[in-house]
Design a protein around this ligand. Structure first.
Ligand code: GLY
Length: 328
C-alpha cells in the first residue's frame, strides 16, 4: 500500500552558505532512516516514480540485479503517455518533434547514454545497449537512432494527440518560460541497491518542453543527471537541466558523500552550489535524490513541490522533498 508522508521541517538558523547569500532561513529535512545492509532499496523522482518503483521492486524483491530493476522501472514511465515529460507522449520541442535523452550506470562504473534520440519509445534500453555492446558511452541523434534500429528497436511516432494539442496551444504565444513543478523537466531518475549491495541508476526524459530543436539536457550526461559509485552511493537529478549540467550535480553529491556528508547534506550542498552560481535561480526548479551504500536517503529541491518515491521492505512512500525556498 502506498502511504503519503508529509515531513514536517524545522526552520533552522541560516547555515554558512545561506548566510553568505543573505538568505535568512532554510528548511532541513527529517530524512528516512537508513535501511539494513543487504536490504534492497529503490528511490525515484516524482509521483510517476510510484509505478516505476513497483516494476523495479518486483525484480529486487526476487533477488534480481539492480541494473535490471532500474531499466524495468523507468520503462514504465517511458511507456506511459500520461507522463508528459518522459518517453512516449512527452512534450515536443518548439518544432513539434519529440527527442529523448537517457542514461544508465551500473555498479562497475560502466555507463551508457543516448541523447537527442527521436522515434524510439525506450531510450533507456538503447542506453543500456550502448553500455553493453559498444566501446562508447554516448550516442547522439541520427547515430543513436541508427544504432537502436540495428538492435531491433522499432521506429514509432512518439507525439500523442494530447501533446500535439498542447504544443499547438503553446505556439499561440511561443513564449519559453519553464513553469515550476509543471511537467516540463520532470525527468524520472531512479537509483536501486539490490540484495547483493550492487548499486545502479537510470535517468530518462523528453527534456525541457518546447526546447530548441537539438537541445540536450542533463539527463543523459553521466555525472550531471545521474552518477553511481559502488563504494559510495548514487545521486540523480530532475529539473532545469542547464543548472545541473553547469555544476555536475550528481557527481558532486556522490563526491560529497565520499567525503563524509550524509545524502541529505550532499543534496543540500549541490542545490546551494547552483544558487551561488545562478542569479535568477528562483525562476527554476531543481530536485536531487541520493542514497548511500548504507541505505540512507536524502533529497532536496529549490521550490516546494518536488517529491520522490522510496521503496523498501515492500512498502512504497511518496515523500515531499524539503526545499530551500518556501511556498508562495
Ligand atoms: N532534467 C531534464 C532536462 O532538463 O532535460
Amino acid at each position: 500500500m502506498i502511504a503519503r508522508r508529509q515531513f514536517i521541517f524545522q526552520s533552522l538558523t541560516a547555515g554558512a552558505g545561506l548566510g553568505l547569500l543573505g538568505l535568512s532561513s532554510c528548511s532541513r529535512a527529517k530524512v528516512p532512516s537508513p535501511t539494513v545492509k543487504g536490504e534492497p532499496t529503490v528511490i525515484s523522482t516524482w509521483r510517476h516514480g510510484l509505478d516505476a518503483n513497483g516494476a523495479a521492486w518486483r525484480i529486487l524483491s526476487d533477488g534480481g540485479y539492480s541494473l535490471d530493476a532500474v531499466e524495468a522501472g523507468v520503462r514504465v514511465s517511458e511507456a506511459d503517455p500520461e507522463v508528459m515529460s518522459v518517453g512516449y507522449g512527452g512534450h515536443p520541442d518548439r518544432d513539434g518533434r519529440v527527442s529523448l535523452d537517457a542514461c544508465i550506470m551500473d555498479e562497475k562504473g560502466r555507463a551508457g547514454s543516448v541523447c537527442f534520440l527521436e522515434h524510439i519509445k525506450h531510450p533507456i534500453s538503447v542506453a543500456r545497449l550502448v553500455m553493453e555492446k559498444t566501446p562508447h558511452v554516448m550516442l547522439a541523434g541520427a547515430g543513436a537512432l541508427e544504432f537502436a534500429l540495428a538492435q531491433g528497436f522499432e521506429k514509432e511516432n512518439l507525439l500523442t494527440e494530447k501533446a500535439r494539442e498542447q504544443w499547438e496551444e503553446w505556439l499561440n504565444n511561443a513564449e519559453y518560460k519553464p513553469v515550476i513543478n509543471i511537467e516540463n523537466h520532470d525527468t524520472i531518475s531512479m537509483i536501486a541497491i539490490d540484495a547483493e549491495g550492487r548499486i545502479s541508476g537510470a535517468c530518462t526524459t523528453s527534456g525541457a518542453a518546447y526546447k530548441m530543436h537539438g537541445r540536450v539536457g542533463d539527463s543523459p550526461i553521466i555525472g550531471a543527471g545521474l552518477y553511481c559509485d559502488d563504494e559510495v552511493g548514487g545521486a540523480a537529478a530532475t529539473g532545469q537541466g542547464e543548472l545541473v549540467m553547469r555544476t555536475l550535480g550528481s557527481f558532486l553529491i556522490v563526491e560529497l558523500m565520499r567525503n563524509g556528508m550524509s545524502p541529505q547534506e550532499a543534496c543540500e550542498e549541490a542545490v546551494m552550489r547552483i544558487v551561488k552560481k545562478t542569479p535568477d535561480y528562483k525562476d527554476f526548479q531543481i530536485g536531487y535524490i541520493a542514497i548511500n551504500k548504507s541505505g540512507a536517503v536524502g533529497a532536496y529541491c529549490l521550490h516546494p513541490g518536488f517529491d520522490y518515491a522510496l521503496t523498501r521492505r515492500g512498502n512504497t512512500e511518496l515523500i515531499d522533498a524539503p526545499s530551500l525556498l518556501q511556498g508562495s
